[in-house]
Design a protein around this ligand. Structure first.
Ligand code: GLN
Length: 472
């Protein structure tokens, strides 16, 4: 048994004696490889799990902005460095009930604001394909821990691409569900109208399996919906007869050559499998980054007001309340988080509310209706997940360049649509992700399309996208 390659499905087929060993194999692999990868903020050396439940003993990592009892939840921020929650997030509770073993909490950009884990207040996570490069973000620790084979799967969160983009950079699968399918109770809020928890896995089937565990209405999250979605049953049915839309506008962005080539090749594959691929226009696509970078910081500035040095988390006492607030927040928040809070506070201020926040809300509506119009005619919209592959640590310094890379992932969040990144091909030896965006609540179909690409990909080894060799 090569632990590093195991999927959730593989684990289920193991005899009891082998299954018993999974957690220690995971902990050993973490001990061996994580000094290089640096995905883990906390490791649970004596993790307990139920020996009942379908998934007993399957080791999984959790992004460190999702609350877990008995371990810290830091959000990779100094302001929550020593914070331990008093309850489990709903998704964590559900995983534990099914027997999953939570072996550790993994790195992210502080409060999930970023695309590289370089914005973590603690350390940068490395891409298992090339240790000089970022794993993507903000769920970079999740993607790297899965790609390096230290855990079987992971949960991340996706506000503007944070599950899909790191999955693409690390050559694994990342799925952002329809907004409202998965409870956000116990997910530390960044931008509540966009945040959604999603799985990062080695296969599309594993993503569907994890979705069946974590999805569902939760009385603790009023935005969850009562809706039964079948993630798994049609997943092998293929794409024959389906119609896919490719927005012309993607070619107006600077696409890395190898990314464009891999993407075109995936389109030809889908055509060979009996689907039709057509070009469409999405004229409002180009406003999605600007819209997101108004709405997300606005919501963040309000959500992050609770870290004030009084209620919980870091406290640096000043003379008087105001000084305590200022000292605590000055030291507790990193540069990117501060930037977002300032942008958000500005766009929500009385003088600019109409010009920025309200306008952005209207553009958001337009983008959503444009996407929904296209999706009323097509089964899915296809794009590369990211215009680039994993970049070098420290390579991108300008925030605008950094923000612009989110162009293909942000629209699904603005419109609440399900979207997946599935690995397909390489550009200069680094994995490329293809993104499939579907209709609201057609998460099952999105997974099915991704599964068809995965199943027939010419890049597979033993029927799966390869994992990198990380030498110890
Ligand atoms: N990169 C985007 C940002 O910095 C998205 C982050 C996310 O999805 N959490 O906000």
């Amino acid at each position: 048994m090569d632990f590093r390659r195991l999927t959730v499905e593989d684990c289920l087929r193991l005899p009891r004696e082998e299954r018993e060993k999974l957690v220690s194999l995971s902990l050993e692999t973490i001990e061996r490889l994580d000094p290089k990868i640096k995905a883990f903020i906390s490791v649970n050396g004596n993790v307990s799990f139920r020996r009942e439940g379908e998934f007993w003993g399957v080791p999984i990592s959790i992004k460190d902005n999702i609350l877990t009892l008995g371990m810290r939840t830091t959000c990779a921020s100094k302001i929550l460095e020593n914070y331990e929650s008093v309850f489990d997030a709903t998704v964590v509770k559900k995983l534990k009930e099914k027997g999953f073993a939570i072996v550790g909490k993994v790195n992210l950009d502080e409060f999930a604001m970023g695309s590289s884990t370089e914005r973590s207040a603690f350390f940068v996570t490395r891409n298992p394909w090339d240790l000089e490069r970022v794993p993507g973000g903000s769920s970079g620790g999740s993607a790297a821990s899965v790609a390096a084979g230290m855990v079987v799967a992971s949960l991340g969160s996706d506000t503007g691409g944070s599950v899909r983009q790191p999955a693409a950079f690390c050559g694994v699968v990342g799925f952002k569900p329809t907004y409202g399918l998965v409870s956000r109770y116990g997910l530390v809020a960044f931008a509540s109208s966009l945040d959604q928890i999603g799985p990062i896995t080695k296969t599309v089937r594993d993503a569907a399996i994890l979705m069946s565990v974590i999805a569902g209405r939760d009385p603790n999250d009023a935005t969850t919906v009562e809706r039964k979605v079948d993630f798994l049953s049609g997943i092998e049915d293929g794409v024959s007869g389906m119609r896919f839309a490719v927005p012309e506008e993607i070619y107006e962005h600077e696409l890395e050559k190898g990314v464009a080539e891999a993407f075109e090749e995936s389109l030809r594959l889908l055509e060979r499998l009996g689907a039709r691929v057509e070009r469409v226009r999405l004229p409002h696509l180009k406003y999605s980054v600007a819209t997101y970078y108004i709405i997300a910081p606005a919501e963040a500035s309000s959500n992050l007001a609770r870290y004030d040095g009084v209620k919980y988390g870091l406290r640096l006492k000043g003379t008087g309340l105001r000084e305590t607030y200022m000292k605590t927040r000055n030291v507790g928040f990193g540069e990117e988080v501060t930037r977002r809070i300032m942008i958000g506070t500005f766009t929500l201020s009385a003088a600019y509310y109409e010009a920025y926040f309200n306008k952005a809300q209207r553009v958001r509506k337009k983008i959503a209706s444009e996407l929904n119009d296209v999706l009323s005619e097509y089964d899915a919209i296809l794009t590369p997940t990211s215009p680039v592959t994993a970049f070098k640590i420290g390579e991108i310094k300008d925030p605008l360049t950094y923000y612009l890379m989110d162009i293909f992932t942000i629209p699904a969040n603005l419109a609440g649509l399900p979207a997946i990144s599935v690995p397909f091909g390489f550009s200069n030896g680094l994995p490329v992700g293809v993104q499939i965006m579907g209709r609201r609540f057609e998460d099952g179909k999105v997974l099915r399309i991704a599964r068809a690409i995965e199943k027939h990909s010419p890049y597979n080894e033993d029927g799966r996208f390869p994992l990198p060799e990380v030498e110890a």
